[in-house]
Every structure is written in structure tokens, then in C-alpha cells.
Design a protein around this ligand. Structure first.
Ligand code: NAD
Length: 305
């Protein structure tokens, strides 16, 4: 089933200069009026296409968010401090962006009666009780980032229940794809690709048996487009592939795809790394019609081409 067309909407993408936001802007800009609100702290506003209007600003500022939401009927809220490590170092800063910023977006949307599609995270689950992880499984964030995403995810739901606002939370698993920059969050694919290009060893943290569900950014865009048009609002949905690979296997796949023989080395395990993560995507499949299309090997080959 092809993703629904979103057209003739006035769209705001917060964090639209970042990795996911830019892909979303690209998918929407031809048929819609697209505005990006971004403070440029991580993304690259200069790389935005000319037909996307850019509002420099901070989601922590209520008036800025309200102004940017003027005349908008659909909001994709991607802006966040996405680094788990940074949230551990400075919980107050990430709280202000990730939680207060989300409440600012919800309030502005409530005044406009605009639909909000929120970038939640698999980090809400923390150490999963079982895999695959379903949306109503226990949550237990292990970092300020995860807790902020969980609280924001609940606010998003509450705004639907309390005010009848059309909201959807998409709990992204580990996203990868073109334009992703390095960093310590979901960056393992970027790091491995940089390493094989430089002919350097791939360093796996711990024994490499930890598993992750890597989802291509084009499938994340697909989920957002479906969330923008669905009747099944007021819900949270997992956005992954339903498949997982171990980090050791990932390193081998990247090395094979790159046709190099760089060594794979093992470094110390990272504290707080969950041993297994995989999305149960049946809810998104059934209610949104979401179907991931890019298989990991193809996605990696595309990045190496
Ligand atoms: P990103 O860092 O590339 O993009 C985030 C954007 O938000 C950046 O352009 C940054 O400049 C902007 N931003 C940060 N603070 C801001 C502020 N105070 N005001 C305005 N703009 C601000 O990250 P991404 O990978 O594109 O992630 C998008 C969203 O998806 C985030 O909410 C993130 O938490 C969530 N998420 C991402 C992943 C992943 O694997 N990439 C997984 C789960 C959830």
C-alpha cells in the first residue's frame, strides 16, 4: 500500500533542519506549504530547500512557537536534544527542550486546532520486559532523555483525551539513512560507515550480542505521512521494522557491503545499553497501514553507493 498523499496543508516541522525533519520536509514540500522551526543547534538550516520557509527559533520559547504555528494545520514535532549522554550530563537543559518545548507545541496547536505528530522514542521502554516490544508493554526509561520522551508522549495522548486535539505519538526505534550525522545516539551505522570509508577498524561495544531494530528514514517518513492522515488518533505507535540484528552482525554486514577487510574489534560495554530491542509493529500495521519497505542490507548498500 503506497503512503497517503498529504497535500494542500500548512505544515510546521519543528527540528526540520535535522536528520528526520529534513527528510519529512522533502516529502511534503511539493504539495504543501512547509515551514521549519529550528534553532540550528544540531541541524543545518542552510541545507533546507528554497521552497521551505525557515523560522529560526527555540521551542523553549512559547511566543516563538505560537508565532510559528500561526496559520498551520499540521505539526510534526521533531525538535529535541536527542543525545542520551547529554541528557545525563545536563538533565535540566534537555528537560526544557524535550518536555517544556513539547507542551509549548501542544498549546500552540490547541489554539489552532492543528494535528500534532510527535517524535517519541523506543527509549520510553528502557529495559524491555520482552521482545518484540508492544506499545502497552511496561515503560521504564533509563535516562532523562527517555523519561522526557515518555512524559511528552503521555502529554500528547492527554491532549487528545482532554481537549480532543488530533495527536499521534510515533515511537521511533533506531533510525538510519542518508544525511544522518555522527553522534552518540543511533549513530552506530554512521560511525561504522565512516570507519569502513576511512579503512579503520569497527569497534563493537561489549560482546556485540545486543540487538537493535534499525529502521530506514524513508519508512519513518512513511509512518509520519500515515499519522498525518489517519483517523486512529490519540494513540502511540511503534515505528521500527519488527526485525533486529546484533551489533556484531551489523558490523559484519557493513564490512561485507563495503567489500573491505577492516578488523572488527570489541571495546568495553556501554553502561545502560539494553541487551535487546525490537519493535512489535502490528499496531502501526493494522491501524496506520504502515509497512516498512527498506530492508537493512538494501538500506546499507544505498548508503555505501
Ligand atoms: P537531529 O538532532 O538531527 O534533529 C533535531 C533537530 O532539532 C535539529 O535540527 C536541532 O537543531 C533541532 N533543535 C534542537 N533543540 C532545539 C530547540 N530548543 N529549538 C528548536 N530546534 C531545536 O535528530 P533526529 O535524528 O532528526 O531526531 C528527530 C526526532 O526523532 C527527535 O525528537 C528525536 O528525539 C527522535 N528520535 C530519533 C531517533 C533516531 O534514531 N534518530 C530515535 C528515536 C527518536
Amino acid at each position: 500500500m503506497t503512503a497517503p498523499t498529504v497535500r494542500d496543508r500548512r505544515v510546521l516541522i519543528t527540528g526540520g533542519a535535522g536528520f528526520v525533519g529534513r527528510h519529512l520536509a522533502d516529502a511534503l514540500r511539493v504539495d504543501n506549504d512547509v515551514r521549519v522551526l529550528d534553532d540550528g543547534s544540531a541541524g543545518d538550516p542552510d541545507a533546507l530547500p528554497d521552497d521551505v520557509s525557515y523560522v529560526p527559533g527555540d521551542v523553549r520559547d512559547e511566543a516563538t512557537v505560537a508565532d510559528a504555528t500561526e496559520d498551520v494545520d499540521l505539526v510534526f514535532h521533531e525538535a529535541a536534544v536527542v543525545s542520551v549522554a547529554r541528557s545525563v550530563d545536563a538533565p535540566g537543559e534537555s528537560h526544557a527542550v524535550n518536555l517544556t518545548g513539547t507542551v509549548n507545541v501542544l498549546e500552540a496547536a490547541r489554539r489552532r486546532d492543528a494535528r500534532v505528530v510527535f517524535a517519541s522514542s523506543a527509549a520510553v521502554y528502557g529495559q524491555p520486559a520482552r521482545v518484540p516490544i508492544a506499545e502497552d508493554d511496561p515503560t521504564g526509561p533509563l535516562s532523562p532523555y527517555g523519561l522526557q520522551k515518555l512524559s511528552a508522549d503521555r502529554y500528547v495522548r492527554l491532549y487528545a483525551d482532554l481537549y480532543g486535539l488530533e495527536t499521534v505519538a510515533l515511537r521511533y526505534f533506531n533510525i538510519y539513512g542518508p544525511g544522518q550525522t555522527g553522534g552518540d545516539y543511533a549513530g552506530v551505522i554512521t560511525v561504522f560507515l565512516d570507519n569502513v570509508r576511512a579503512g579503520e577498524p569497527l569497534v563493537v561495544h561489549g560482546d556485540g550480542t545486543q540487538t537493535r531494530d534499525f529502521v530506514h528514514v524513508s519508512d519513518v517518513v512513511q509512518a509520519n505521512l500515515r499519522a498525518a492522515t489517519t483517523d486512529a488518533v490519540g494513540e502511540a505507535y511503534n515505528v521500527g521494522t519488527g526485525r533486529s540484528v546484533s551489533i556484531r552482525e551489523l558490523a559484519e554486514t557493513v564490512r561485507d557491503a563495503a567489500e573491505t577487510d577492516v578488523p572488527i574489534e570489541h571495546g568495553p560495554a556501554r553502561e545502560g545499553d539494553v541487551p535487546a530491542s525490537r519493535a512489535d509493529i502490528s499496531k502501526a500495521r493494522e491501524r496506520l497501514g504502515y509497512e516498512p519497505r527498506v530492508d537493512l542490507a538494501d538500506g546499507l548498500a544505498g548508503l555505501l553507493a
